[in-house]
Design a protein around this ligand. Sequence first.
Ligand SMILES: *Cc1c(COP(=O)(O)O)cnc(C)c1O
Length: 404
Amino acid sequence: MTQTPTRADFDQYMVPNYAPQQVIPVRGKGSRLWDQAGREYIDFAGGIAVNSLGHCHPVLVEALTAQADKLWHLSNVYTNEPALKLARSLVERTFADKVYLCSSGGEANEAALKLARRWAHDQHGEHKHRIVSFAQSFHGRTFFTVSVGGQPKYAQGFGPVPGGIVHGEFNDLDSVRELIDDDTCAVMVEPLQGEGGILPAEPAFLQGLRELCDQHDVLLIFDEVQTGVGRSGSLYAYMEYGVTPDILTSAKSLGGGFPVGAMLTTDRIAPALGIGTHGSTYGGNALASAVALAAVEFIDTPDVLEGVKRRHDLFREHLEAINRQHGVFKEIRGMGLLIGAEMSDDYQGRAKDILPLAIEEGLMALIAGPDVLRMAPSLVIPEADIVEGMARLERAVARLVADS
Ligand SMILES: *Cc1c(COP(=O)(O)O)cnc(C)c1O
């Protein structure tokens, strides 16, 4: 049992629902990682938009270790100071009046959907339960959230799916007009589809959803699990759009690497989750809340948020330069530090082929679907790491082109 674990152990001991890369990182600092052999990598993946302040940021390490010496967990039979501080901080910084804490994005969305159903049930009656979401959307892996998500493959083979869920086309308001009616309780949408391919919503689309929801007394839910907590260049992407939802979900960057999620809502809606209607053993865990509070307070400053926008421009310039050289991308898009480069027609389905080449060059990146190379780095990634990471990406892309 003292043997050093290897990648082969994954196949031997773990359920085969993932296909991790061959290297095993063992240490991280800022936007650099080191593997078992001591090889260094630049991190443009950010743990899929989670490591908002890179690896082992001193502010988060301090919050975690200080709380670790005080109190870890109580359960919701008691409340605790870090959870109360986090909830208050989120309320003071957003449209929300009330917060529900949990441990992941899927759980935050599960809570949002159950809240919407319950609110509509209590206010209007049994009939008002229909949920509108969008093709290609992603809302998590619980059975309710894969059913609401717009990628049917994630729900197939698991038995009957929950009913009352319909899917419109993202950025197509007419498709929603046809689906929404007085039996609809909620519209759930990502302001920027992350897993679906880094597709930002058009401002008029979100504005139109808001108006349609108001007409039919439907709750508008923004899934900001991937876009939230500074990633868009504002604390939440709804602030960039100037369209306010009724319910917002947050996770990923919220904990900077510690598992935590939150659902935000208003005083009009929150009472529907009365005592005993919903819950989670770990929701509002003191360690998680202490880390999330430190992350939110550090990120929600002009310095960090303007830095995200500056870095966005830098990423774009470098990707455009790579494209001038190699012509592999059709479009470069995204918000803040959630950036996608869609592969050109000659390289359809090849985005994933860049990842192992990039690792060989010392760079970690992501994909979003078969055709989009995705980057979701630390919000405070040093400019020198961007420049060096892009040099490595250029070499990986050159090899992809040479091998084609
Ligand atoms: C990642 C993600 C989720 C799921 O979050 P988990 O923490 O994996 O449960 C939900 N919605 C969006 C938009 C996401 O990007």
